[in-house]
Write a protein that binds this ligand. Structure first.
Ligand SMILES: [Zn+2]
Length: 136
């Protein structure tokens, strides 16, 4: 469920993220769509509309994440939370291959890549092109 987010708060979140998706790192300027301010811990799970619970996300990451906050990695970890831009450092969890694929460095990254579909073939192609142009 979406909640109204005041303009000043929305602007703060966008600027803090440097107008990049905090999950896949794509810049908003390379998207055909406006990015979203999303609740890291969804309202459904008790998340608040506060600076520490909001992230800037491209529509694809936001739609794929939905209200989820964790997932199962069968035979590895029973339950693992997603990457949290307010608690975690992106570079400690993800690495970018020359192919454009995101490489998980942690179970948190593995869970996030799986559920947000960060390595969807279209995303990998887009990331590879942006890498070649030195825009990531
Ligand atoms: Zn994204």
């Amino acid at each position: 469920m979406s909640r109204h987010i005041p303009h000043r708060l929305r602007q703060f979140v966008a600027e803090r993220a440097n107008f990049r998706c905090e999950y896949c790192k794509i810049a908003e300027q390379f998207s055909f769509f406006n990015f979203h301010v999303e609740h890291i811990i969804s309202v459904k799970h008790g998340g608040q509309t506060t600076k520490n619970n909001l992230a800037y996300a491209c529509p694809i990451c936001n739609y794929n994440k939905g209200t989820d906050i964790a997932t199962l990695i069968p035979d590895v970890v029973p339950l693992v939370r997603f990457f949290n831009p307010r608690l975690d450092t992106w570079e400690e969890h993800f690495s970018v291959a020359e192919t454009g694929e995101l490489i998980p460095l942690t179970f948190i990254a593995m869970a996030t890549i799986n559920i947000l579909k960060l390595n969807h073939p279209d995303a990998v192609i887009e990331r590879k092109i942006l890498l070649k142009l030195n825009l990531i």
